[in-house]
Design a binder for this molecule. Structure first.
Ligand code: PMP
Length: 400
């Protein structure tokens, strides 16, 4: 009965790693993967995560019972506090419904399913370009996806005018997906002043902001700085949704830990909203897993561990920032044609190099360097040792 099923294409992002794994060349370099690597090119488990796991394993009172549909209560409270700030009036007034979900993707999907069922608008505006999974997640939840201008290839910066025009022309009540920080794939974020204008426009048109926060602390190295955009929207008293992921900032990729928070106008509304989100979750996966959320809760509620986490997190962010500088300096030293200043201006894990598809194909074929076809490279996949090889390849690609 399945003989008519066509073979599906590889995922455009995960497929890069499949191709990389199949390449026998010792010179190969994977800059496609959106996961942190050490200077030695190895995955990193944070020391504080190891310690939290040890503590959990040694606690004989811990059992493997189901946890509630909404997840671990501690984890949910601490996650809301992490993104909104300890002194957030929305938390103090119990106006936030937070549900533990399966990392960032699961949080986006649960939020989208809830909106489809309970919100009057089913149009969601997402930036162009955006993380490739966004349109699929929202489409499959039954929302209709539209794009707003975001990136200007000419300046390799924000197309702020285009963004304001497109959101200004959006139908009243439309949902707007915003990357909280470290926009993926461009690495281009609005300035605080631009965020303020975006906020005013969104509120004046009664648009509904849905933040995707996949890189809190990973962009600037500061958890508070990277939450600035979300906090300004919550400070005005209006509603918003936030999808949080602990994949990057705690290195818990495969544990699938995240949270969906829905900021409401009153405690009563928040509790009704939470009851409905549980009805979304129950028939999808019933309840979330314990382990990853327990690690996060252990770290967030212990001030020593929290402090150690912020130090390790800053270490990751700083290594990425240093790789930007090294790549920029090496391209300048080599005299590679072009203005490469966007490499040090962009923020977060990725650099949107401006290399075109043809150049990417050339670099993969001739230099065994793997990246997504839009020219996005993961700075976390680079090291001092591999910068010269990448510079050779970029130089050859742009001077061909
Ligand atoms: N949003 C963005 C912008 C991302 O870059 C990612 C990870 N690549 C995610 C969400 C979700 O990741 P995860 O489901 O692993 O938390």
């Amino acid at each position: 009965v399945f003989s008519n099923v066509d073979r599906a294409p590889e995922d455009p992002i995960l497929g890069v790693t499949v191709a990389y794994n199949n390449d026998p060349s010792p010179a190969k370099l994977n800059l496609g993967v959106g996961a942190y690597r050490t200077e030695e090119g190895k995955p990193l488990v944070l020391d504080v995560v190891r310690r939290a796991e040890q503590q959990l394993v040694n606690d004989p009172s811990r059992v493997k019972e189901y946890i509630p549909i909404a997840g671990l209560a501690d984890f949910n409270k601490l996650s809301a506090k992490l993104i909104l700030g300890a002194d957030s009036p929305a938390i103090q007034e119990s106006r936030v419904a937070t549900i533990q979900c399966l990392s960032g993707t699961g949080s986006l999907r649960v939020g989208a399913e809830f909106l489809k069922k309970h919100y009057h608008q089913s149009v969601i505006f997402i930036p162009k370009p955006t993380w490739g999974n966004h349109p699929k997640v929202f489409n499959l939840a039954g929302l209709s996806v539209e794009y707003y201008r975001y990136y200007d290839p000419a300046t390799r910066g924000l197309d702020f005018q285009g963004l304001l025009e497109d959101l200004g022309a959006a139908p009243s009540g439309a949902i707007v997906l915003l990357h909280a920080c470290a926009h993926n794939p461009t690495g281009v974020d609005p300035t605080p002043e631009e965020w303020e204008q975006i906020r005013q426009l969104i509120r004046s048109k009664s648009l509904l902001p849905f933040f995707d926060s996949a890189y809190q602390g990973f962009a600037s190295g500061s958890l508070d700085t990277d939450a600035h955009s979300v906090r300004t929207f919550v400070a005005d008293g209006g509603e918003c949704l936030i999808a949080q992921s602990y994949a990057k900032n705690m290195g818990l990729y495969g544990e699938r830990v995240g949270a969906l928070s829905i900021v409401c106008k009153s405690a009563d509304v928040a509790s009704k909203v939470e009851s409905q989100v549980k009805l979304v979750v129950r028939p999808m996966y019933s309840s979330p897993p314990i382990h990853g959320a327990s690690i996060v809760a252990t770290i967030l509620k212990n001030s020593d561990m929290y402090n150690d986490w912020t130090i390790e997190l800053k270490g990751m962010a700083d290594r990425i920032i240093s790789m930007r500088q090294q790549l920029f300096d090496a391209l300048k030293a080599k005299g590679t044609p072009g203005d490469w200043s966007h490499i040090i201006k962009q923020i977060g894990m990725f650099t949107f190099t401006g290399l075109n598809k043809e150049q990417v194909v050339f670099m993969t074929k001739e230099y065994h360097i793997y990246m997504t076809s839009d020219g996005r490279i993961s700075m976390a996949g680079l090291s001092t040792k591999t910068v010269p090889h990448l510079v050779e390849a970029i130089h050859a690609a742009v001077t061909r």
